[in-house]
Ligand binder design. Structure first.
Ligand SMILES: C[S@@+](CC[C@H](N)C(=O)[O-])C[C@H]1O[C@@H](n2cnc3c(N)ncnc32)[C@H](O)[C@@H]1O
Ligand code: SF4
Length: 477
């Protein structure tokens, strides 16, 4: 039984996780570690040529593949949005973008040597993110999926996780049926908050009826796991108002719930300047909302997976965590073993052959590169052995809430306690505060440390330790 399974056996309640004094003490900005090293460390020394070489090098590998496809368009802007998107009502922009994606898919598949004789590695995971993927119409989506299936070899529906982010405001039942038919079996929906005042202040008007309709239709059409995104810290939110949203969502009974802390960074995200800061809940009210939400979700039977994510006890994320088989990538938690991830589309990030590769953020640059037959990669990062070690330490901390030093000693041929002597010394304060328990062969994150897992992970971040400053992250809670 893993550490997490052992603790899960005696179900944690909100009071075990939420310790106001500790949250206040450790309240500082930190990365979310969907990658390590984090994206601000990527640099332009890693270019299209490096990506092509890496793809050729991994072509003969046998391990499964993961694909991420970024569809950047949204037809209206939600003022809180920190995602990478292009706001436009010009639906005619979708078709040329699909053409570009098809070109990029061909370029990747050709470089990997895919052809009639070589179907390539099995795609176990596919994720369409945005922006709003359903900005594409059903025909465009179908064409794109056919292209992917023509050039890559996909696992069957039982084995593969094929997910898509849906904006329920523009998703007809016909679209849901088409999405399922072309192979999607997981869905994630943005909701954030149902309160009319909140919705008005963030320019996202989305009724309960519309959300419930899409959720039910997705179930009827055989989507296996449905996630709903919520956010706390938005304008006009109070414990009472958010409680009503939670009641509604719990009533819908989605398999997974993500509860994000609104990251208000108006210097980085222009639309956030349209949010009146006077309308934002105070830091204390925000913490009250978080505490109340955690209590409510746990009481309703959800399990806290870690880093904003909750899942039902029988959801595969929960089961994977109990078996020590949970992973983390750019889409959050995943049950797929750490595998090469190919990013497709503007701004997307891939992880291939031990390196990160990010595509151009400007449409001109993205299309220009593809027009001349080059990969649109503009920056990336090749991990050193030390980076790999620390990446795995951070991954296991976030997924297992525990480290077994012997695993790393075996794999990386190090003496863990000597290698991380400074880090373990720094953790002693956290041990004294009851966040972690240190022993000879490992460490265990105690319930009071779970909400502060980012702080614990940050101790192992070599670049933060070197005070690689000038990089702004959102607050951990
Ligand atoms: C990549 S976005 C795309 C979701 C999809 N376009 C939709 O709106 O339904 C995924 C989620 O990120 C979260 N998110 C967006 N902006 C955020 C911010 N500033 N701080 C925290 N979470 C944010 C929201 O919960 C959103 O549903
Ligand atoms: S939250 Fe989703 S729909 Fe809204 S602007 Fe961001 S990406 Fe677009």
């Amino acid at each position: 039984m893993t550490e997490h399974a052992r603790q899960g056996a005696s179900r944690l309640g909100g009071a075990d996780l939420f310790h106001l004094d500790l949250i206040r003490k450790y309240d500082k900005a930190g990365p979310r570690y969907t990658s390590y090293p984090t994206a601000p460390l990527f640099h332009e020394g890693v270019d299209a040529e490096a990506y092509a070489r890496t793809l050729r090098r991994v072509a003969e590998d046998r391990a499964p593949l993961s694909l991420y496809v970024h569809i950047p368009f949204c037809n209206t802007v939600c003022y809180y949005c920190g995602c990478s998107k292009i706001v436009t009502k010009q639906y005619e922009r979708a078709a040329p973008y699909v053409d570009l994606l098809c070109r990029e898919i061909d370029l990747v598949a050709d470089t990997l040597g895919h052809g009639p004789e070589n179907p390539g590695r099995t795609v176990m995971q596919l994720h369409f993110g945005g922006g709003t993927p359903t900005f594409l119409n059903d025909d465009q989506m179908t064409r794109l999926m056919h292209k992917l299936r023509e050039r890559f070899s996909f696992a069957d529906d039982e084995q593969g996780e094929f997910g898509i982010e849906i904006d329920p405001r523009e998703c007809s039942e016909h679209t849901i049926a088409v999405l399922r038919q072309i192979g999607f079996n997981r869905m994630s929906m943005g909701v954030q908050d149902f309160d009319p005042d909140v919705q008005k202040a963030v320019n996202r008007i989305q009724s309960e009826e519309v959300t419930l309709r899409v959720l039910n239709e997705a179930r009827e059409h055989g989507f296996k796991s449905i996630n709903i995104d919520l956010m706390y810290g938005l304008p006009h939110q109070t414990v009472e108002s958010f409680d009503r949203t939670l009641d509604t969502i719990i009533g819908f009974s989605p398999d997974r719930i993500a509860l994000f802390n609104y990251a208000h960074l108006p210097h980085m995200f222009m639309p956030q300047r349209r949010i009146d800061e006077g309308d934002l809940p105070t830091p204390q009210e925000k913490l009250n909302i978080l505490e109340h939400s955690i209590n409510k979700l746990l009481d309703a039977g959800y399990v806290f997976i870690g880093m904003d994510h909750f899942a039902k006890p029988d959801d595969e994320l929960t089961l994977a965590q109990q078996e020590g088989k949970l992973y983390r990538n750019f889409q959050g938690y995943s049950t797929m073993a750490d595998c090469d991830l190919i990013g497709l589309g503007i701004t997307s990030i891939g992880y291939v052959g031990g390196g990160f590769f990010q595509n151009a953020k400007e449409m001109d640059r993205y299309s220009g590169a593809l027009a001349s037959g080059n990969f649109p990669v503009f920056r990336g990062y090749i991990l050193s052995r030390e980076d790999h070690l620390r990446r795995q330490v951070i991954m296991r901390l976030m997924c297992d809430f525990a480290l077994d030093y012997r695993t790393f000693e075996h794999q990386f041929e190090i003496d863990f306690r000597r290698h991380f002597a400074d880090e373990l010394r720094d953790l002693e304060d956290m041990a004294e505060d009851g966040l972690v328990e240190l022993s000879e062969h490992g460490l265990r994150v105690l319930p009071a440390g779970r909400l502060l897992i980012r702080n614990i992970a940050m101790v192992f971040d070599e670049y933060l330790r070197k005070k690689n400053d000038g990089v702004k992250f959102s607050k951990v809670i």
